[in-house]
Each structure stands twice: as C-alpha cells, then as structure tokens.
Design a protein around this ligand. Structure first.
Ligand code: F6P
Length: 530
C-alpha cells in the first residue's frame, strides 16, 4: 500500500485546505441555507449531522477520493472475508464474524467459522439462563447474586462499558463488579461485603497469561476458598473466557466451564464475543443477540454504502481531515447520556491501541501524524469542567456529540434541558459570539463538531454505535497504511515489569543494572516498604 501523502487526493486535500482553512462556519452556513440538512447522513437508525465541520462539498468529495485511492473498499472486503490483514501477527481480523447471521459463510484456513461462533453463543445463552433464573447453584446450594468479571484492557473495558450502557435492561437481582487493576485495592473493594457462596467469578483473558488478570484471579480464588474451604467449590464459582484452553485448565478451571473465542478477535474488538459473557448475564441472551444484530446492521452499512453517505467512513475521514491537515491532536467524545459514561474510556483503547502506530505496513516510518487521542466525559458534566478550553483555548478540538431523543428515565424537564444543552454547545462552538466589547467575552467559534442522534439507547443501538467507531478507526488505519490490529507498543513495558518484580521481591539486596533513576527508585521503594 502507498504512503498516503503520495496519493493525488492527499495532495489535492493539501491545496484545498490552504483555500478553505480560514473560512468561518458562519460564512459556510450563510452561503448555503440548506447546509444543516444536506451535510447529513442516516443509517440503521443513527443520524449524523456533519454540517458543523470545516468542510465544503468539495472536501467530502476529496476525502472520498482519498478513501478510494487507498483501496478502502478492497481492504474492507479483505477484512470481512477473513484475509490475514493483521500482518505483523499473521492473523485474520474477523470481529464482524461474531455478529454474522447463522447462515453466513466466513472461511479462515479452509474452515467456516460462523457455526463455531453460534455454538459459543448457544453455550453462553444456556449458562446465562441458568444463572439468571437461579438454577445455577454455588457450592453450598445458594443461587448466584454477584458476578465479578476479572479482566483488563479489551477483556474489561468493553464489558464494563456495555454493562453501564445497558444497565436499564439488566437483571437487577444480580450485582456486577469489574476488577481489572493489579492494584490490590480493586479486588479488595469489589469483594468487600460479598458472600463467596453467592459469587461467580468470570476470568476473562484472551491469552490467559496477562499478569494483572492472573494475579487477580488467583487472589479471588484464595478469597473464595478462605470461606468455602473445599477446592471443588472452584468449579461452581469460576468460569473462564479465553482462547487458551491449556492455560485455563492449568489455572484449575474445568474447560467445560470455559467459553471460547479465537485469535482472529482482537482484545479491543471482543466485547461481542464470549468476553461479553457478563453483559449477557446482565441483559439476557435475547438482548445480547439484539446488540449483535445492531453491530451487524452497521457492518453491512459500512460494507456497502457509498462513502459520502457512509457513517463510519465519514467519521473516520473527518477525524483524519483534522489530524493531518489542521494539525489537531485530540478528539473529544461527549455523550449526552449518563448510561454512556464509560463510552469514552472504551473508545480510548479502541482508537489509540489500534491507530497509535508509527510504522507503515511495509516497515517504513510514517512522515505524517496517525492516531487521534480520544477523551471525553458525559454531558452536561464536562461543560462545567473542560469545555472552557474547547470554546476559548488555543487548540482545535473536534467534538463528537451524541444524544438520544428519548430518555430511559423520563422525569419532568430533565431531557429537554439535557438536549437543549447539547444543541447549544455545538451551536456555540461553531458560531461563537464575535461581537462583545470585552475580549474575554468573545467566542471566536469555528470549532467543528459532529452530532450523532438516535431514538433511544437500547442493545441494538449500542451495537451500532460501537461498530460505527470500529469501522471509523479501520478507515483511518487503512489510509494511514498501518496495522490497526496489533499492539506491539505494550510489550516492552510488560517485559521490563517482569524483570523488576523479582528485584522488588528479593530478600537480599539485588544487583541492579537499570539506569540511575530506575535503580534509585527501586532502592527507595524497597526501603520504604520495609
Ligand atoms: O496489553 C494489551 C492487551 O494485549 C490488550 O490488547 C488486551 O485487550 C489486554 O492486553 C488484555 O489481554 P488478555 O485478554 O489476553 O488478558
């Protein structure tokens, strides 16, 4: 694949940027009164208003040309049909197979993976029904009341985000906890006051070797056995979600209580695999399948819709427009929906672990920026915290606003006030307030945003939203010519930590051969801990 800066569309975009970058959104709106209805797209029940971006119709046409010159369509087909597009790990990338209908055929290494996906879904459903109905009994004969998901990264962020997002649909007689940090506080606070006899631990780890998860899982087992005494209790209180059956049974979990997935599912793309077991326990199998159908609807839209009407492609291309042509570094994601409070944190892994790369597919270093930094908080809270900088700071921060027309908890004027705020923020950012005599009261405006709107937050809509961002990230990764599906950048820290652990734990003073700062900090820690 070519370096994108050599493509004709990239060069045309550079020239186009020089022409329009100073144009104010006020002028763009004044010149075309239909802009607010024409620069929009709608698919699968999601409405995207992208009119408050610093673009013209020509920008969209050039961005679409860039997608075409980068062979986005061909690369999308390669992903959906199981080609090994994760080249540094020689793996297919098939999270889209996790939500494919039973009748689909997706072949990897001469094997149709769709029946395997549905067999795991059926096993998860049977298990979820037993736990939710109280038929699954703990070691002492009590039904399960508490579920603890133990995992980190993609084995935590997706499940906890989905649980929070879909709490409204969850079984309220079950209580869910998410333990990820190896900091002992995380597990200690989660289990505080819980009865092990009523608690189910789901150990979620693709590799089943991640030190944080395995340490937490071992400590959770000790906590359980301290009360239940009998090692046979583990079978009733521990299940595993993993691709690594050998490590699961080494840990002492019967592989009959393991829900599998495959190496072609990346951690940050796994919330709709068995990694979503806690989600299914919370919302039930039917709602989980509705979520998968939502994912699939967005997959099909991305795969087939023309790019000037294609929600994920448009959002990916707009993000790239600001990153590579305006020099923006970050993107705020601002859901006006309290249930989506963990959505920005989820997107951070999805976007940054995927596209935070400086090596192109051919091994050359990039000579352009990649990897948008995502961050955000639900509205209206963020308005009283960091929006000041977005309105009057010196940096350009494109925003994705999200809202739902209907509240899941309607209460008097709350929803109208909430929605008035999201509309007002986007309006203020775009148009500002240029005419104050006092400089500090001037709002320059010309700050871009997308507005994503849906009817109501439900499992299907959550699936559509996540798939939308997955494919927006993919769109950017293809154009940036990087492997969005590996994560070598997390390896070095793991290796160094494994070297330092015995140096912290050794009884005798260890010989240290790090740099002088690390050596000194190790000595100080050892002394302070004593
Ligand atoms: O260290 C990064 C990472 O590999 C993520 O990509 C992944 O989601 C996380 O660790 C957890 O990995 P696992 O599910 O194998 O425990």
């Amino acid at each position: 694949m070519p370096n994108p800066t050599t493509l004709p569309a990239w060069q045309a975009l550079q020239a186009h940027h020089a022409e329009i970058s100073k144009t104010h959104l006020r002028d763009l709106f004044a010149a075309d009164p239909t802009r607010g209805t024409t620069l929009t797209a709608e698919a699968a029940g999601l409405y995207l208003d992208f009119s408050k971006n610093r673009i013209t119709a020509e920008t969209i046409q050039l961005l679409v040309q860039l997608a075409n010159e980068s062979n986005l369509r061909g690369r999308t087909e390669a992903m959906f049909t199981g080609e090994k597009i994760n080249t540094t790990e020689n793996r297919a990338v098939l999270h889209t197979a996790l939500r494919a209908p039973k009748t689909a055929q997706i072949v990897v290494d001469n094997h149709n993976v769709v029946p395997d996906v549905h067999a795991v879904l059926d096993a998860m459903s049977a298990f979820a029904i037993k736990v939710r109905s109280g038929q699954w009994l703990g070691h002492t004969g009590k039904p399960i009341k508490n579920v603890i998901n133990i995992g980190i990264g993609g084995s935590d962020l997706g499940p906890v985000m989905a649980y929070e997002a879909l709490k409204h649909y969850s079984a309220r007689h079950l209580h869910f906890y998410y333990v990820s940090n190896v900091d002992g506080t995380d597990l200690a606070e989660a289990v505080l006051g819980l009865d092990p006899a009523e608690t189910l631990c789901i150990v979620s780890s693709k590799t089943f070797t991640t030190i944080e998860t395995m340490t937490n899982a071992s400590s959770a087992r000790q906590w359980l056995l301290a009360t239940l005494k009998d090692p046979a209790a583990v079978a009733k209180h521990f299940v595993a979600v993993s691709t690594n059956a050998a490590e699961v049974s080494k840990f002492g979990i019967d592989t009959a209580n393991m829900f599998g997935f495959w190496d072609w599912v990346g951690g940050r793309y796994s919330m709709d695999s068995a990694i979503g077991l806690s989600t299914m326990l919370a919302i039930g199998p039917d709602n989980f399948r509705a979520m998968l159908n939502g994912f699939h609807e967005m997959d099909e839209h991305f795969r087939t819709a023309p790019y000037d009407q294609n929600l994920p492609a448009l959002m990916g291309l707009l993000g790239l427009w600001y990153t590579n042509f305006f020099g923006a570094h970050t993107q705020a994601v601002l859901p006006y929906e309290q249930y989506l409070k963990r959505f920005p944190a989820y997107l951070q892994q999805l976007t940054m672990e995927s596209n935070g790369k400086y090596i192109q597919l051919d091994g050359e270093r990039v000579n352009y920026d990649t990897g948008v930094i995502y961050w955000g908080e639900p509205g209206t809270n963020g308005q009283h915290s960091f929006y000041q900088l977005i309105h009057q700071g010196t940096r350009l921060i494109p925003c994705d606003f999200l809202f739902f027309a209907k509240s899941l908890n309607p209460n008097g004027r709350h929803q109208d006030i909430l929605i008035a705020n999201v509309l007002a923020q986007a309006e203020a950012l775009a148009f500002g307030k240029p005419d104050s005599p006092e400089p500090h009261r001037v709002f320059e405006g010309n700050r871009p945003s997308n507005m994503l709107v849906a009817d109501q937050l439900d499992p299907a809509t959550l699936g559509k939203l996540v798939a939308l961002y997955e494919h927006a990230v993919f769109t950017q990764g293809i154009i940036w010519n990087i492997d969005s599906f590996d994560q070598w950048g997390v390896e070095l820290g793991k290796v160094l930590a494994n070297k330092i652990v015995p140096e912290l734990e050794s009884e005798t003073e260890p010989a240290l051969n790090h740099d002088s700062s690390t050596n000194n900090l190790i000595r100080r820690y050892r002394a302070a801990r004593r």
